[in-house]
Design a protein around this ligand. Structure first.
Ligand code: AKG
Ligand code: FE2
Length: 322
């Protein structure tokens, strides 16, 4: 399930957890409680898992990937109207680089980043792209919200507790589409520097070309292709809200395959004006102290962008060293 990272061999027993969405949402009461247990274990032990049987038809995902390919294959002139820099710009098409040193070890990718909830934003071209994206993000949002309910239960809360505390009905959802060109198109190292995502859970689908690695026990572990599965990663605000129980997952991308890699990535967060800190039900001021400073989600996003440009890690600003 997980291919070995370049640095080490992994114990075969230690493979990335698999969570069955069908059993979580439509299984029997016993099925659900087992999956909730497995989900909590996956979030605590690995910080990520593969999600299977999610019910989003393969054709819907593949059409979205093909339309994304068409988007990136438009000319620079056609894409220029979608260029932007601000973290809260609703549509941003740009390229990635190593912010610390642009000339050394720089990693290339092109990306399109869209705010898709609470309001949906999308380029009006190529034809049909916006309709496909709108359908795709509604489906991934449903899946993400069901997963959050399961995560909420796995922390010992009611299933809607996180939804209510974090105002998820007006939650901030992004669709980030990453395009790592084929070596024929572009002969430069392709990838993305190590980072964690903001929000609660990120859903990631790749086009079958490998590249994503997660840090596991101090070693980078590559993710191999599980057919029609999403990789789900714990993100910063899940770590904060769970007061450190479910750690945000450090990941990076290194594309060695000569084919192009396209990924569809959905970070799912609270509403922008929610102040996120450790859940009051997990800290008691006595034995269990808060490990993180509360911060408004929108402020966190802005701070994260600035610090990333400076090669620093935003997450460390809110983490208290107790
Ligand atoms: O495209 C990938 O392989 C990873 C993308 C990612 O981590 C992100 O967009 O935050
Ligand atoms: Fe990421």
């Amino acid at each position: 399930m997980v291919s070995n990272g370049e640095q080490t061999s992994m114990d075969l027993q230690d493979s990335i957890p698999i969570i069955d969405y069908f059993l979580l949402t439509l299984g029997t009461v016993d099925d659900r409680s087992k999956v909730v247990h497995d989900l909590g274990k996956a979030c605590q032990d690995w910080g990520c898992f593969m999600l299977v049987n999610h019910g989003i038809p393969e054709t819907v995902i593949h059409e979205m990937i093909n339309a994304s390919n068409d988007f990136f294959n438009m000319t620079k002139e056609e894409k220029v109207e979608f260029a932007a820099n601000g973290v809260l710009d609703p549509i941003r098409c740009s390229t990635g680089f190593n912010p610390v040193d642009k000339h050394k070890d720089s990693l290339w990718r092109e990306y399109l980043r869209l705010i898709v909830h609470p309001e949906f934003h999308c380029p009006h071209k190529p034809p049909g792209f916006s309709e496909l994206a709108s359908d795709y993000v509604k489906r991934t949002r449903t899946v993400a919200m069901e997963l959050v309910k399961g995560v909420s239960e796995s922390l010992g809360f009611e299933e809607l507790y996180m939804n209510e505390e974090l105002n998820l009905d007006s939650g901030f959802q992004l669709l980030a589409i990453n395009y790592y060109p084929s070596l024929v198109e572009f002969d430069t190292p392709r990838g993305l520097m190590p980072h964690t995502d903001h929000g609660l859970l990120t859903l990631l689908y790749e086009n079958g070309v490998p590249g994503l690695e997660v840090l596991r026990n101090g070693k980078w572990v590559g993710m191999s292709d599980v057919p029609n599965a999403f990789l789900v990663l714990n993100s910063d605000h899940l770590e904060i809200f769970s007061n450190g129980k479910y750690k945000s997952k450090l990941h990076r991308t290194v594309v060695k395959d000569e084919r192009k890699r396209i990924t569809l990535v959905n970070p799912n967060g609270p509403s922008l004006d929610t102040v996120v800190g450790p859940s009051s039900r997990l800290v008691d001021g006595g034995n269990c102290l808060p490990g993180y400073l509360p911060m408004k989600y929108s402020e966190y996003l802005e701070m994260q962008t600035k610090l990333t440009m400076a090669g620093k890690h935003a997450f460390d600003i809110v983490r208290l060293h107790i």
